[in-house]
Design a protein around this ligand. Structure first.
Ligand code: ADP
Ligand code: ADP
Ligand code: ZN
Length: 220
């Protein structure tokens, strides 16, 4: 399975991608996680990316396309992959198709997690992220075992700077203007899978797995 995950900020992409990656045994990569690691390391790329991320703007295409291409060329592409948070605009979607074409493979599906705005606000306002490994929690819906500590690596959990209200609003604007057109891009290619993202984390996960099973049995 070669998949990309689409959906507004806070829809649950990261949560589901990490679960699915384990369940399917395929590697996954979140461009946002990679960019945050670059920012934390203080690299030149990180410093440039930070100026956009702090404002809730997209980091320039050339930077993220390079990150994705490098990663895709580092894995065994025949075994599959999942991308989280990429593509974020139509140019990125086209570039991905071109990279995959060069590697003689095709995308299996684009999964769109459909979640209404009021629920998004609830999810983002309580999101906690691990500083070290990027694991994601929610104060109410998915709390860590120990207060403000990551279950996976024990590091400190924090509220992302861009999860504060004014930046969230800007990220929504960017989503509506730049990322929503990507849904039509995949719809036109017959690759869009729309998944209802409401319900518990487990329920949504089962829904995705079921759709993917249907997909692989219909393509046999
Ligand atoms: P969320 O899923 O909550 O929207 P991400 O962690 O995916 O957040 O992204 C955080 C920020 O990183 C974005 O607001 C943007 O600045 C940058 N970013 C992540 N992925 C991309 C991408 N594919 N293209 C451009 N910028 C990106
Ligand atoms: P995205 O990667 O799309 O920005 P995340 O996976 O980081 O979204 O999820 C955003 C927040 O919502 C996190 O705090 C996460 O724990 C929580 N969350 C994810 N899925 C659900 C769900 N089905 N129900 C309630 N909260 C959820
Ligand atoms: Zn951690």
């Amino acid at each position: 399975m070669r998949l990309v995950f689409l959906g507004p900020p806070g829809a649950g992409k990261g949560t589901q991608v990490k679960m699915l990656s384990k369940a399917l045994g395929v590697p996954s990569m979140a461009t946002g996680d990679v960019l945050r690691m670059e920012v934390a390391s203080g690299s030149e790329l990180g410093r440039e990316a930070k100026s956009y991320m702090d404002k809730g703007e997209l980091v320039p295409d050339d930077i993220v396309i390079k990150i994705v291409e490098k990663w895709l060329r580092s894995i065994n592409i025949a075994k599959g992959f999942i991308l989280d948070g990429y593509p974020r605009n139509v140019r990125q979607a086209r570039e991905l198709d071109e990279i995959l074409r060069q590697m003689n493979v095709e995308l299996t599906a684009a999964i769109y997690l459909d979640v209404p705005e009021n629920e998004i606000v609830r999810r983002l306002s309580g999101r906690l992220t691990c500083r070290k490994c990027g694991a994601v929690y929610h104060i109410e819906f998915n709390p860590p075992k120990e207060d403000r500590k990551c279950d996976v690596c024990g590091s400190e959990l924090y509220q992302r700077e861009d999860d504060k209200e004014d930046v969230v609003r800007q990220r929504f604007r960017v989503y509506t203007e730049s990322t929503k057109p990507v849904l039509d891009y995949y719809k036109d290619k017959g690759k869009l899978l729309v998944i209802d993202g409401l319900g518990s984390i487990e329920e949504v996960n089962k829904r995705i797995l079921k759709r993917l099973q249907e997909l692989s049995s219909s393509s046999k």
